[in-house]
Write a protein that binds this ligand. Structure first.
Ligand code: IPE
Ligand code: IPE
Ligand code: MG
Length: 225
């Protein structure tokens, strides 16, 4: 049986869910938060060490400004309102991506929530925000050059946003789309990938548990036999 240390999720399908049920994409983003809380609680229950959630990609700036603002506000309020309950659950929050390029207020709340949860030893939730894998890899190579050290696998790993975090064992993409959308391209070289038809707000505990049990039975070869 494979142990699960790290689950990564591309939470896709909020907009479609929102249009279908409430005639508003933003309503879908709001509903998606319930799925986030459900998955977090389950990860704690089954002792998963890392949960990485793709919240906003470097390409998502192409969306209408109104939607981007809504997403950022939603996250900001979530962090403000939930940080105490996250601390109670021993969750450590970490943001991966170009955080510096985000609006000032959001940045402040992010830094604060990272600081407040930094001593927690339970589940680590990595939020990929203004994250793009190509940007991350390029950035790693630039840092290596600056430090004047060798370009090798170990040093590339050590200079990614995900430094110190083991590669995901499982990647889930909801929303019935079979692509990676610039997410963790370096880190998922041997990850087991699960594409889920359901839209993110519909994704429930049963769906998550089914994936975890399927994963446990997979024979992971890592190139061997
Ligand atoms: C994914 O849901 C969440 C974010 C990018 C924030 P979408 O907003 O992409 O939903 P669909 O794919 O348009 O339904
Ligand atoms: C991927 O979803 C990004 C996030 C879930 C944050 P998108 O909806 O942005 O992906 P594409 O554009 O359909 O590939
Ligand atoms: Mg989408």
């Amino acid at each position: 049986m494979n142990p699960v240390k790290h689950v990564a999720i591309i939470m896709d399908g909020n907009g479609r869910w929102g249009i279908k049920h409430k005639n508003s994409r933003n309503a879908g983003h709001k509903a998606g938060l319930n799925s986030v809380e459900g998955v977090i609680n389950e990860c704690i229950k089954v002792n998963i060490k890392h949960l990485t959630l793709y919240a906003f990609s470097t390409e998502n700036w192409r969306r209408p400004k109104k939607e981007i603002n809504f997403l950022f506000n939603l996250l900001e309020n979530f962090l403000i309102n939930k940080v105490d309950s996250l601390i109670k659950k021993k969750i450590k929050l970490k943001f991966i991506g170009e955080i510096n390029k985000l609006p000032k207020n959001l940045k402040k709340v992010i830094k604060n929530s990272e600081l407040k949860t930094s001593k927690n030893l339970g589940l680590q939730v990595n939020v990929a925000l203004n994250y793009g894998s190509k940007n991350e890899i390029l950035n790693s190579i630039k840092l290596i050059n600056k430090k004047n050290i060798k370009i090798n696998e170990k040093n590339i790993n050590k200079n990614l946003f995900t430094k110190g975090i083991s590669d995901p064992d499982i990647l889930i993409r909801t929303g019935n789309t079979h692509r990676l959308s610039n997410f963790m391209l370096w880190q998922i070289s041997y990850t087991e990938i699960f594409f889920e038809k359901k839209l993110w707000p519909e994704f429930n505990l049963n769906d998550f548990r089914k994936i975890l049990s399927k994963y446990k039975l997979v024979k992971r070869n890592f190139g061997s036999i």
